[in-house]
Design a protein around this ligand. Structure first.
Ligand code: HEC
Ligand code: HEC
Length: 280
């Protein structure tokens, strides 16, 4: 028998998990730039190999991401670029007034998220960095986590790291967050009594209802989802997964989701940042 046993019969019936026959061997190239979507896992990894979520999408969705003119997520990145140059808040300054050219000042940032913030002495997601800067430096109101502005700005800043390898720090002050994230990843929750690991570690490659299960990597976020007909944050995706197993989701921006984000980023070290990517 196989690893689905671990689910318990109820979950298998409720979620209809089956085998998939999709092509997971395609290679991602955008504008001549090759992306790392598959790599050998280090010895201490719980995964035999590391695979980007892009590999699990059907060829139609995959293709949309290879062409910036076709990828609807790019419209958000463009909106982010506009916001970057828009004066706001009591200072009357734009992000660009202080940070200059984002392709220089923001390059590499997304690849290192989430990261420790010395000023606030806590672990910061990209959204946290942006809102901190708006409040502390620009003297503007923070953006709501799932607002169009925040999604556009995280897409735009993320784009400046596109193609760079995910490289998060999990030691030092971040270590307890890493441990917390790991614990959450393996903890069963919800009416279906499942952990993230049941789907994304034990069953990636299999079908669940009509969906092809991936490793739940986060290197493409924020993503444009055809189902959402719009852009969504990583924490929205976490919430969706928790809703699906009928668990009470944590809040976007909560310590729990931030810890999970760090842990998941660490499971994808070395994958290319694909932000902003496309999902079904
Ligand atoms: C008045 C100047 C000023 C404005 C305007 C400003 N920032 Fe900042 N920002 C800073 C300073 C100074 C820092 C570094 C210190 C810190 O993190 O508090 C910073 C840090 C950041 C960081 C973390 C960068 C890193 O490498 O650690 C991000 C991301 C950021 N700002 C985004 C933005 C965005 C997006 C806007 C516009 C919505 C913006 N900032 C507007 C001054 C500004
Ligand atoms: C019942 C199975 C199931 C469980 C349990 C589950 N997910 Fe998912 N998750 C999915 C499905 C289905 C998708 C969409 C297809 C895919 O990318 O795997 C998804 C997608 C994701 C993605 C997006 C991956 C991408 O490349 O777009 C992330 C991140 C994610 N899940 C994280 C989590 C986390 C964190 C947990 C635990 C809190 C969790 N999931 C629990 C089924 C599950």
């Amino acid at each position: 028998m196989n690893k689905m046993i671990a689910f318990g019969a109820a979950a298998v019936v409720a979620l209809a998990i089956g085998q998939a026959t999709a092509d997971e061997e395609a290679e991602l190239v955008i504008d001549g730039q090759a992306f790392v979507t598959k790599l050998d896992a280090p010895d201490d990894s719980p995964l035999p190999e590391i695979l980007s979520g892009w590999r699990f999408r059907n060829s139609e969705t995959q293709e949309l991401q290879t062409d910036d003119f076709e990828n609807p997520a790019m419209i958000f990145a463009e909106y982010g670029e506009e916001l970057w140059a828009t004066a706001e808040g009591e200072t009357g300054k734009s992000c660009a007034d202080c940070h200059g050219d984002a392709s220089e000042s923001m390059r590499g940032l997304r690849a290192s998220m989430p990261r420790w913030h010395e000023g606030k002495d806590t672990l910061f997601t990209l959204e946290d960095h942006i809102n901190w800067s708006r409040e502390e430096h620009q003297k503007a109101k923070p953006w709501k986590w799932e607002s169009q502005e925040m999604l556009a700005m995280t897409a735009y800043i993320g784009l400046q790291s596109r193609g760079m390898p995910v490289a998060v720090k999990t030691d030092g002050k971040a270590a307890p967050w890493f441990e917390k994230g790991k614990e959450l990843y393996y903890t069963r929750v919800g009416q279906l009594d499942m952990a993230c690991a049941h789907c994304h570690e034990n069953n990636y490659g299999n079908m669940i209802r009509a969906d092809h299960l991936s490793q739940g990597q986060i290197n493409g976020f924020p993503v444009y989802r055809l189902k959402w007909q719009g852009m969504g944050s990583l924490h929205r995706r976490f919430k969706g997964c928790m809703d699906n197993i009928r668990a009470t989701p944590y809040k976007r921006g909560s310590d729990e989701f931030t810890a999970l984000e760090l842990y998941l980023a660490s499971r994808g070290q070395g994958l290319s940042v694909e932000t902003p990517s496309l999902r079904n």
